[in-house]
Write a protein that binds this ligand. Sequence first.
Ligand code: B3K
Ligand code: ZN
Length: 884
Amino acid sequence: MLNMSENKVVHYLKDYQAPDFAVADINLTFSLEDAYATVLNRMTVVPRQADKPCVLDGSAELLQIVLNGKSLCPHEYAVADEKLIIHAVPDSEFVLEITTKLYPAQNKTLMGLYESGDNLYTQNEPEGFRKITYYFDRPDVMSQFTTTIIGDKQRYPVMLSNGNLIDSGELDNGRHWVCWRDPFAKPSYLFALVAGQLAVLEGSFTTRSGKEVALKFYTRPEDRAKAGFALESLKHAMQWDEDRFNLEYDLNIFMVVAVSDFNMGAMENKGLNIFNTKYVLASSDTATDADFEAIEGVIGHEYFHNWTGNRVTCRDWFQLSLKEGLTVFRDQEFSADRASRAVRRIHNVRVLRSMQFAEDAGPMAHPVRPASYEEMNNFYTLTVYEKGAEVVRMYHTLLGEAGFQKGMQLYFQRHDGQAVTCDDFRAAMADANGVNLEQFALWYSQAGTPQIKAHGEYDAGNRTFSLHLQQYIPPTPDMADKQPMVIPVKVGLLGRDGTSVVFRLADTDAVVEETVLVFNQAQQTFVFHDVAQEVVPSLLRGFSAPVRLDYPYSDADLMLLLAHDSDSFARWEAAQTLYRRAVAANVVALEANQPAPHHAELAEAITAALNADIDPAYKAVLLQVPTEAELWEDAQSINPELYVRARQALLQDLAASMEDTLTHWRTWADTQEQNSKHAAPQEYHPDLAGVRSLRNILLQWGVQASAQVLQTIASEYTQRATNMTHEFGMLSAINHLSDDKRDELLNQFAQRHAHDDLVMDKYFVLIGSSQRADTLQQVQAALQHPAFSLENPNKVRSLLGSFSRNIQHFHAADGSGYRFIAEHILRIDGFNPQVASRLVQAFNLYGRLEPQRKALMAEQLQRIQQHEGLSKDSREIVDKILRD
Ligand code: B3K
Ligand code: ZN
């Protein structure tokens, strides 16, 4: 049922119904003209039940409908609310031919078929295909697509679609045609078309069964040389999927097209991935090491979708995490197997905790499998992706690598070629391993971050350590009362001297150093036997579940874990907890108008960690103080600026105590790079990336400790700026300083890279995220910069997105930040609702703000809500926020 109150259409998971029609095959013919395109869609439709009206999704200009060769008269069909209803269709197979007319140059939504530069691209997930033609635009209708494209040879020399090129030819008037056929049945959201003037970088990969796959990367001609790293990443991904998941590529060609106007990162269309240029193009003088890593990760992610998403797809959009959570888990594992597993894990946890936990604690909280939505585009969220990946990781933690792979095999055996649900995935995991995963289903249906309260005691007489755990899942707007979940808690024990202490669990004879407790009741006590000495537990190792865990450690316990824990996550987490406590103490002091306290012991502990014999990339993450969102967690009546000041005060205090250590390691990092055994040390390489990430965070701390560091940066700038990791690192370190030198260097940067779209994005990020007092003015000025465009999502995300996350300025006490962002949301919403509604989520903290800011924010939210013609995308979000 649809809920039509307030003119809203709400879609509910509980209302799912199987489609009334199947499509045996679909033939699309695109004729590309100067100012428009026509699309002839000829499909063979098979009714699954008699007497059902044929309802197709679509919003394109409709030119003609032909049913079994006979053109339909207007009284034989109706068009309304993005639906085409054909009143009477035959009970058995029939052929439907629908012609539509599209205007790609005017399509600024970047969904459906649109123009960017002079080329044409598509984006159809989740519901873009209905902008192209009338179809059963839902993922459980899968069909074989054949696509013919006809266009001018000069303007569209390259014309691509899914599958294999089966034919092509010349026409009169300088036109030509191509025909592509995809042998694999797929839903409409995986359809893609690209046409235009594009250069190609080619490679090849031989699969384990000996099939040679042509790899083709299409870019603007001037960008071709920058696609080399992405091409190599693709080969690594293809190899890895064979080695780790036993999955081989299935077509003879794999194409990637890079486009600069794109609503998201990339799209896994069958055989024809379309990518934001940001995740394809890189050279070491224009891309940072982090950019290289992101490219490898996203190339992997989209490639891995070929099996987890395309071969087995989602029954409906509520099941999105079936493909996204699983594919994020796979790309995380790919990156971790490539290099620095420990640091990658920490990076993923940091994103989850600072962003997904915030989502879970706000108005948009929803389960990994949402129960309802108004606009599906709003549900491509951190919860579906990142928490979804944690849910998949928990199967892995509970079943082990071998058990997990058995589950994957059964999943493909059962469901290859089908559109299925998260329950089907869970059933495959359970059945392949002969285990019951009923309770595990709650991870898909209950929103909110579970909280674990833990405490423990050692009994010297019985040589036992008892760990008491209690779980609580906070209410979310969609659900008040929650059931206890299955939470894998990985645990080890450390003695007072920092060594690992072995133990035995009650039901076994095995003496072990580590175990995964299956915590599945509201409260539970786990007893560790034969524990030889008093211990400090190391909990939630590897971040074994997406929960908050609170154990009453003393600071000394945490320092012990920080110095000795063999689990790299738990060791890092000890430092995070110490930082959190220190900032909390600063908040209390600042609130009482007292100076923030000095944290001498913490400085000593961090110094010792820096001086320990550990990987430089790991040292770098140890120096990351939790983000403000992690610091305020689920607090109420938040004054965001107070947290910025308290965090800043901690950084200054620690940096001042550690100045010599910081300088020492910075010099060390320089020597490492200079004496590197790598032939081209300026290029991306995981080892050097680790060294550079350490150097850059040391620079950030260094700037806090001494003004001298700015001078050093200024004097070294030109020489180091040949490498973007250094250049961006230096600019980030000085970005908050009010010194004129900062502006000078930033302007120099903008002038030097004016021609490079992706580097200019970095310039806009720096402007939008600065803590300088004049940031809003600088952002306003940047809107006029010739490289800026409100129509380009990368630009909006760089400048306005970063400003909306700039705690100090977005939450300025006078409301100027809220007003500015609201104004721009309304400008963007008129032509690109998806980008606008992302920006609306900057206001998610509304319900938890202190009263004055809350009132200022309410004004702007109401202004958005009352805006005439507001998109349903933005409306869904703003309504939810104001209800909070
Ligand atoms: N599946 C796409 C995301 C589509 C987003 C639509 N708003 C990319 C990905 O997750 O791989
Ligand atoms: Zn994905």
